[in-house]
Design a protein around this ligand. Sequence first.
Ligand SMILES: C[S@@+](CC[C@H](N)C(=O)[O-])C[C@H]1O[C@@H](n2cnc3c(N)ncnc32)[C@H](O)[C@@H]1O
Length: 242
Amino acid sequence: MTRLGSVRDAIYALRKARLGLERRRLDYGRETRERADRLAEILPASAAELREYEREYESLEWFHDTYADRVAEIHEAGVATDTTHWRDGVTVYVVCRALGIETAVETGVLFGSFDAHILAAMVENGGGTLHSVDLPGGPPGPFEYGHLIPDRCREHWHLHRGDAREVVPDLLERVGPVDLFLHDSDHRLPHMRFEYETALEHLEDGGVLASHDVRLSALFDRFSDANGLRSRVVCDTGIARL
Ligand SMILES: C[S@@+](CC[C@H](N)C(=O)[O-])C[C@H]1O[C@@H](n2cnc3c(N)ncnc32)[C@H](O)[C@@H]1O
C-alpha cells in the first residue's frame, strides 16, 4: 500500500471511531419520527402521504416474514457485521414509493438490506429494476450477496460483481438515466466522491442521489450544496434530489 493509501485508511478509521461515538448520542427515535416531515421538504409528496408509505411498509407481511427469518439466519451464523439497519431501509422505501422509482443503481450489497427495501417498493410500485454492485466474492458466512432479499423481489434484481470504480461508469452509461443512485460501498472519501460525481451525470431530472453513512464527514452535504441538490438526512442516510 502507498503512503497516501495508509494515511487515507488512518483518517477513515478515525472518522469511523468518531461516527461510532456520535451514533450513541443520536436520537434515532426522533430521527425516525421526523422522517416524513424532513423528506416532504424535498419530495413531491406531503408528510401525510409519506407517513402513509411508512404505515404501508409496516403492514407488508410478505416482506417482513422473509426478512425477519433471514435476519435470524445471519445472526445465528454470528456474522451480522455492517448490515444496514432497517430504519434506513424504510427511508429508502418511502422515497422509492413516493417517486415511483423505476430504475435504480446501488453499490455495496452485503446481505442486501437496502436492496430488499428498494425491491419491496418496486414490487408495490408494480415494476422496476435494481442494479446492485459489489466486489467479487461474497458476504461472510454461508451466504450469498443479497441473502435478505425475499424471493418475490428477485425478478427485479441484477447483481454486478466488481469494483464499483470499474463497474459503475459503464453500468450507468447502459442503464441510465436512473431515478435513484444509492452509495453504500467503500466509505473512504475519494471513493464516495467518485460515486457521487459519476452518479450525478446519470441522474434523471428529479431523481435521487442517496448515501449511507453520511455522518462520517461533511462530504454529502457539501456535494449536495455545490451541485444544487436539495438534501435531508434521516438517521444515517442522506437523500439528495436533483
Ligand atoms: C456496509 S456494507 C453494505 C451494506 C448493505 N448496503 C446493506 O444494506 O446492508 C459495504 C459493502 O460494500 C462492498 N464494497 C466495498 N468496497 C467496494 C467497492 N470498491 N466496489 C464495490 N463494492 C464495494 C463490500 O464488499 C460490502 O459488501
